[in-house]
Design a binder for this molecule. Structure first.
Ligand code: ATP
Length: 423
């Protein structure tokens, strides 16, 4: 973890939030490489959901909703963690995480467990004394339930169908930490699948497998992924599974597959006074759709992918990231920076590639160092223009994982890369 954290900062993946002011626990900023990788990841998820599955549509909901939403969802009452505080060092811990009655940090005595609401509240309005208290959403999925009827009325979807969303959520986590694992501002990707109550078993099984296969297609070591079955269940849930990254040295949960039944739509019907039932257009049967949820964390997936891809070899550190999510797809070098004919020709290749591929340019130091620098950030291919290239109009293309080199005709370089990158 320490190595990943320091690599992320040094190479511009992730920076600690508000660092020049001493930092703010539970907040991180994505740097130039991090944002490329995160965008690649989100775009893969989005395309998979909306293009590879008929009957899934997307939304992008607001972060602030009417406060009543959080009463209906049960968060205002039950989004709480019992905490204990050390009377000596004043560190706080989740009561569930503490095995005995002593502080794990200093051995001091602990207080009785107390309840804290983990929703992040805010105020709307500009006149002091007349502000309305509301909340930043504690989970992104609530805006999906709020818009379920709008989606039905404005599109051609019919049950069974899904609504998906990627968006920020906020939690006053009691123990933020472990880098991206437990944040206070986090991003979630959510699918809410609406179906007939009699089909819940079938769809639960389907999405459990489907989501696992998607994660397996992303990870370098899919054998490190597994399911964890919950034993303590919410009263409306028949079963719940987490998709785990088993090799994680910290927490393992990446996505929850949840049986939500009719809980969410029934509660919002009750609290809003709106009828959120569905009438089947063929049979005229009226019912409250049941929901299977697949709710995952973008930041946690990012962290686990970094842990999964990081390899130390004899002479280099390499991030064996899936090519589709690597921040740069290709780096272009002139063999020597002080030979204008090489620099000019390499620069032309870079300029040709860069509208089609996220490309890096490097002419510093020797070629070996440039390779290692790209390996460490997971760039799948490095292209070098050397003296032979002036004659044979070919360049050397080096593969990140095998370090094997190919000579490729400059005119065929773009299609070669496209094929290798699986576009
Ligand atoms: P945990 O038990 O770890 O607190 P949770 O069960 O409360 O997580 P959900 O409410 O099911 O999590 O949220 C769905 C997903 O959002 C989780 O699987 C996780 O990937 C992500 N997530 C939840 N809380 C955080 C957090 N504080 N920081 C980063 N990601 C989070």
């Amino acid at each position: 973890m320490e190595k990943i954290t320091s690599l992320c900062k040094r190479r511009g993946f992730i920076f600690p939030g508000s660092e020049i002011y001493g930092g703010l626990a539970g907040f991180y900023d994505y740097g130039p490489l991090g944002v490329e990788m995160k965008n690649n990841l989100k775009s893969l998820w989005w395309k998979w959901m909306t293009k590879e599955h008929e009957n899934i549509v997307g939304i992008d909901g607001a972060i602030i909703t009417a406060p009543k939403v959080w009463e209906a969802s049960g968060h205002v009452k039950s989004f709480v963690d019992p905490l204990v505080e050390c009377k000596k060092c004043h560190h706080r811990f989740k009561a569930d995480d503490i095995a005995g009655d002593k502080c794990p940090d200093c051995g001091g005595p602990l207080t009785e467990p107390r309840f804290f609401n983990t929703l992040v509240s805010t105020e709307l309005g500009i006149i002091e004394g007349e502000k309305t208290k509301t909340y930043l959403r504690g989970e992104a999925c609530q805006t999906i339930y709020l818009n379920y009827k709008n989606v039905l009325d404005s599109t051609r979807v019919k049950i069974p169908f899904g609504i998906c969303q990627i968006g920020k959520a906020f939690r006053n986590e009691v123990t933020p930490g472990n880098f991206l694992f437990r944040l206070r501002e986090l991003e979630q990707w959510d699918l809410q699948w609406f179906c007939h109550p009699s089909e819940m078993e079938k769809w639960f099984k389907f999405w459990k497998e489907e989501r696992m296969n998607w994660y397996k297609s992303l990870f370098t070591h899919p054998e490190n992924l597994g399911f964890y079955q919950h034993v303590k269940l919410a009263h409306y849930a028949k079963k719940a599974f987490d998709i785990y990254y088993e090799a994680s040295p910290i927490g393992k949960e990446m996505e929850g597959i949840h049986w939500r039944g009719d809980w969410d739509l029934s509660r919002h019907s009750e609290f809003s006074g709106q009828d959120l039932s569905y009438t089947d257009p063929e049979t005229n049967e009226k019912f409250i759709p049941n929901i299977v949820e697949a709710s995952g964390g973008v930041d946690r997936t990012f962290l686990f992918l970094m842990l999964d891809a990081y390899v130390e070899e004899e002479e280099r550190v390499v991030l064996k990231l899936n090519r589709k999510i690597a921040p740069y797809k290709v780096a272009v070098f002139p063999l020597l920076a002080n030979k204008p004919e090489l620099v000019e020709a390499a620069r032309k290749i870079y300029d040709d590639l860069t509208p089609r591929f996220m490309a890096a340019w490097d002419d510093r130091g020797n070629i070996g160092k440039r390779y290692y620098s790209q390996d460490e950030i997971g760039t799948p291919y490095c292209v070098t223009f050397d003296f032979d290239s002036l004659e044979d109009k070919k360049v050397t293309v080096r593969d990140r994982d095998t370090m094997k080199q190919d000579r490729v005709a400059i005119g065929e370089l773009a299609s070669y890369l496209e094929e290798k990158l699986g576009k």
